[in-house]
Design a protein around this ligand. Structure first.
Ligand code: GAP
Length: 492
């Protein structure tokens, strides 16, 4: 029976084995920022590769994109982020620390049902919040909060050196807007036809009020987002399709079914652009085993393309009228709007419409944490504790480790040759230092699925042992069959 991982165990293994380090650690660290070490970067790249493979490579109806992080400020006006992307916060009058109102617990509450979603700030402001029994997470004071107020989440920076023409720009809080802004470019330069999707993986930034639990909620993070464009009226069917596809992606990569579920958003929780949203949640080992969001799947309707259409058309008088443009209710569909550059003409059925969008939006760092937690195991082997990461082979940072049993009798030379032969196929690791048992344990902790050992018998019959990480079983394989054997086992 697999042992449940505690977050402390994971953090300590990540540091010890070079998965994840605190950023700027030599200067005492920078809160909520993390660096991926030699094993961590491989894990993270593998998570991205697996997402890209299933979302882009294996599909005929999705193309990829890689947009810049800095975008024209009007993108954020039109998208609504400049005005609405904020959290409701309150300040403790005792210790001056600020907290997200939706994260505060009432005194005597059993546990938190905190959600990470940034809901529509207008709706949040319009809701009455009873602060009289709320506990300050910093100093423990009860009922000492100020009235709730909005706190903007986008980081800002200055672009350009000249005082006159430098411009205030934002670091993107989601990668999605780069996709909407390139919708027409992709339509004009490829042969895509609706229904189709545009996928992107990249960094996003949010000045989160509360960060949390290692790499779970940070201010700089990576997202993998798909905007899937479809005809209005078919959106519900695509929403169901992507819900299922994304849930299965985690299961196919080894996440245990009992640790994964869906949670539908309540209407008052929906982001400003969404008609419906469901979270894929994972049972993370913080709090009392909290179900927390891994990924959101939203029906964004035609909100974004319409808003950008509106933005483009009002380019010249934007600053006079931006309040009206963004604050007004979405306008009714009109002929005029349909003629704009962000509409779509369906030549087969001779009709023009603004596509609806289904958006599965995953966090790469959060998924990496879930894969680490889910793979973590401890077991007793001959009176000793064996720590291991039972990663799916596609995610394992190192696929095969190659060892000579001892550093003599020509074994290192043979092992090196095998290593050189295999490293063009998979990420491999060569190790000849220390007792072989310890070398196996190190690879178990790194999650390496197979260890190949050259021993005394190798010279006689050209066979090596292949040790399986999970069962610890050892099989003798002829070196001429090794590539095929490992390829089949790893299924890569
Ligand atoms: N474009 C839609 C969007 O950005 P979101 O629910 O705010 O939706 C999507 O974010 C995913 O991005 C989340 O499910 C989570 O995995 C990841 N994410 C969001 N904020 C994060 C943060 N501060 N730190 C780490 N991951 C985050």
């Amino acid at each position: 029976m697999a042992k449940l991982a505690k977050l402390d165990d994971i953090v300590s293994l990540c540091k010890r084995r070079g998965f994840i380090f605190q950023s700027s650690e030599i200067y005492g660290g920078l809160a909520s920022c993390y660096d991926y070490g030699p094993l961590g970067v491989e894990l993270k790249n593998n998570v991205k590769k697996a997402w890209w493979k299933s979302t882009v490579q294996m599909r005929d109806d999705v193309v990829g994109l890689d947009c810049s992080i800095l975008m024209h400020p009007m993108v954020w006006k039109a998208s609504g982020h400049a005005d609405k992307f904020a959290d409701l916060i309150a300040e403790c009058k005792k210790c001056n620390s600020r907290s997200r109102v939706d994260h505060l617990q009432d005194k005597d509450a059993e546990h938190s049902d905190e959600h990470t979603t940034h809901a529509d700030i207008d709706a949040e402001l319009a809701t009455a919040h009873d602060m009289s029994n709320k506990v300050c997470p910093a100093c423990g004071a009860v009922g000492q909060f100020t009235e709730p107020m909005p706190f903007k989440l986008m980081f800002e920076t200055q672009m350009g050196a000249n005082v006159d023409d430098s411009m205030l720009v934002q670091l993107r809080p989601e990668t999605a807007q780069g996709i909407f802004a390139n919708f027409k470019n992709v339509l004009d330069s490829t042969r895509v036809k609706i229904p189709f999707g545009i996928a992107q993986i990249g960094k996003s930034f949010r000045n989160e009020v509360t960060t949390k639990a290692f790499i779970f909620r940070t201010r700089e993070f990576e997202q993998a987002e798909l905007e899937f464009f479809c005809e209005p009226g078919t959106d519900e069917q695509w929403y169901q399709h992507w819900k299922e596809a994304r849930f299965n992606w985690y299961l196919d990569l080894g996440i245990k079914k009992e640790n994964l579920h869906f949670r539908d958003h309540d209407p008052d929780e929906l982001a400003h652009y969404a008609k419906a949203c469901v979270d894929v949640e994972y049972k993370f080992p913080f709090g009392q085993g909290d179900w927390q969001e891994l990924e959101g799947i939203a029906n964004r309707t035609d909100y974004d393309l319409r808003q950008h259409q509106r933005g483009i058309r009002s380019l010249n008088n934007w600053f006079e009228s931006d309040k009206d443009l963004i604050r007004t209710k979405l306008i009714e569909e009109s002929e005029d709007y349909l003629k704009g550059p962000l509409s779509y003409f369906d030549d087969q059925n001779k009709k023009r419409f603004i596509p609806y969008v289904i958006e599965p939006s995953a966090g790469i760092d959060r998924s990496a944490l879930a894969f680490l937690v889910d793979a973590y195991d401890e077991e007793e082997v001959r009176g000793e504790t064996r720590n291991l990461l039972r990663f799916h082979p596609a995610l394992a940072p190192v696929k095969v480790a190659v060892f000579p049993l001892v550093k003599k009798d020509g074994m290192p030379e043979i092992a090196r040759r095998i290593y050189d032969d295999l490293k063009g196929l998979f990420n491999c690791f060569y190790d000849e230092k220390g007792a072989v048992g310890r070398r196996y344990r190190r690879q178990d902790e790194a999650g390496t699925p197979f260890c190949v050992t050259v021993d005394g018998q190798t010279k006689e019959d050209n066979t090596v042992t292949v040790r399986d990480r999970d069962s610890m079983d050892q099989t003798r394989v002829n070196t001429t069959q090794l590539r095929t054997f490992l390829r089949e086992k790893l299924d890569l």
